[in-house]
Design a protein around this ligand. Sequence first.
Ligand code: HEM
Length: 452
Amino acid sequence: MTSVLAPPPEGSGLKAVPGVPGIPYVGNTLSVMRDPIGMARRRYEEYGPIAWGWLLGMRTCTVQGPEAAEAVLVNRDKAFANGPAWSYFIGPFFHRGIMLLDFEEHLHHRRIMQQAFTRPRLQAYMEAMAPGIVRGVEAWDARSGFKVYDHVKQLTLDLATDVFMGVELDRAEADRVNGAFIDAVRAGTAYVRFNVRGLRWNKGLRARRELEAFFYQHLPAKRRDGGDDLFAALCEAETDDGQRFTDEDVVNHMIFALMAAHDTTTITLTTMAYYLAKYPEWQERLRDETFALAERLGRPSLEYADLDALTGIDMVMKESLRMVPPVPALPRRVVKDTSILGYHIPAGTTVVVPMLSNHHMSQWWKDPDTFDPERFSPDRREDKVHKYAWSPFGGGAHKCIGMYFAGMQVKTILHQVLQRYRWGVPARYEWPLDTTSLPSPKDGLPVRLDRL
Ligand code: HEM
């Protein structure tokens, strides 16, 4: 039975948000997690762009389509807050990460952090990670049943110790830090969301303490010696008016940035690998592009300025981010009564911008479920239909600060992989995508990997 979220204030001219709340607290959680795109389509047909229901124990308004996404992410009247919404999922493990800060405080931190993502910094990160990428990709053993997701995850994790931390670690210590980091990320999606010894939440809290200890231990040397890594960049970052991060800020931001960078690029590369296996003609096209560029440059490796030449890889990356955005939805807590597209949204509600289903709306995309990288070619540019139609990196004040970093890392890795390997999947293979947390293939994406 349809029930409104809250009656709009009298005389406001606003509409009430409709919805089917279902069982309190549980509502549609399971259906949304199992089939997010199908659920979103059914809701849109029945209620239009804005509807409410119980999701993960919260009264949640799902706001569909790029116009609603823009209203929430641009956040003109500061009615939508990140901290209270994201804290529910990752607060204890990633507290005071920049994505969890709001308004003036967020702006203050963002201005300092921006100094760690300038073009010269990005160039230095790219140089720092190049040997690790070649080493990591070269070591893959070509065979059938090669699990792309697992290998890419390990590679991006190893790169993180070079380019994020810039700390020389022996294998045992690197494994310990990586393990702590994986536990912290996993804890965010724990079903049992309180501290029971041995379960995910408990492991996450222990991991957080370990990571803090690790970064505090290395911080004095970083402050003193600097370097070309993100850790050093955050220690040195300073705005024109001399504002800098405290030690505590550096540690919080490091732990958060590792998380923000790692799973997202892993998912992007895995999705690209999946579609390139399903569409071998695209794989060959990218390989031709890669070899042609390597020949023109006279070297197999890339520098920052070469990235723009990889137009095919760029289109495939964009299309993969459209098909499977690594952060499938963005939550916000409504901190004062507001409205979206003429609907009354009361304070206390959680609002979700569902990027995954937005990217599959037939109202905005032609054949949205078809993999078609050419839609991003200069003469089509279907994403131009609305500024927020394609928004895997979010938008507004919290727009991903690592967007260019991600492009650089993904393209550099793929450039090396294409020069060494060809991969494929059986004709009828469809990957079993787990959408209950950040998307990932349940089977690790096994491919047949052949060395060229
Ligand atoms: C393809 C890869 C990536 C995707 C799809 C992605 C996606 C996103 C999205 C959607 C947000 C906005 C969250 C919100 O509005 O609530 C975000 C924020 C953020 N991302 Fe990324 N990200 C990626 C890679 C990276 C990398 C490589 C880094 C770091 C090197 C990074 C660092 C951050 C940080 C620090 C924020 C918070 C910014 C703020 O709140 O001001 N991300 N990312």
